[in-house]
Design a protein around this ligand. Structure first.
Ligand code: IDP
Length: 139
């Protein structure tokens, strides 16, 4: 089954650098519909839980510090083949390796501060959406 929803965050670097509007424009122009969205700040506990899969990685502490240092925009996006198409739109984790025109190529700083998150599977999209939004916040 092809899922039609994915989860994203515009990370603290994107917010600090004034890129919220430009990134949302890229997302909606690519055909994604916003079905939930909030401006919020992750607690350390939130970030540790959200990125628990990376807790043994050497960059885990740096990642938690980064993701909690300022506000983010989190959203659920709807489009046919959402997970795969959104990963293509944001580009590789490391902006130096991201394709031209992708959000990370345009707006990321480096592999750590890479502007946006995009779920990497339908299962994670559902889990991450439920972590950030209640059913009543999805339209
Ligand atoms: P993804 O966000 O493209 O799915 P993941 O490998 O799941 O990439 O890594 C999650 C996040 O952790 C990245 O988006 C980035 O912010 C951070 N990260 C990944 N690799 C590194 C690294 O080598 N150094 C510092 N931060 C990293």
């Amino acid at each position: 089954m092809i899922s039609n929803r994915t989860f994203t965050m515009l990370k603290p670097d994107a917010v600090e650098n004034g890129h919220i509007g430009a990134i949302l424009e890229k997302i909606t122009s690519a055909g994604f519909k916003i079905v939930a969205m909030k401006y919020t700040q992750l607690s350390r506990r939130d970030a540790q839980e959200f990125y628990a899969i990376h807790k043994e990685r050497p960059f885990f502490g740096e990642l938690v510090n980064f993701m909690t240092r300022g506000p983010i925009v989190s959203a659920i996006l709807e489009k046919e083949n959402a997970v795969e198409d959104f990963r293509a739109l944001i580009g590789a984790t490391n902006p130096a390796e991201a394709a031209e025109g992708t959000i990370r190529k345009l707006y990321a700083t480096d592999i750590a501060e890479n502007a946006v998150h995009g779920s990497d599977s339908d299962e994670n999209a559902a889990m991450e959406s439920a972590f950030h939004f209640s059913g009543r916040e999805i339209y």
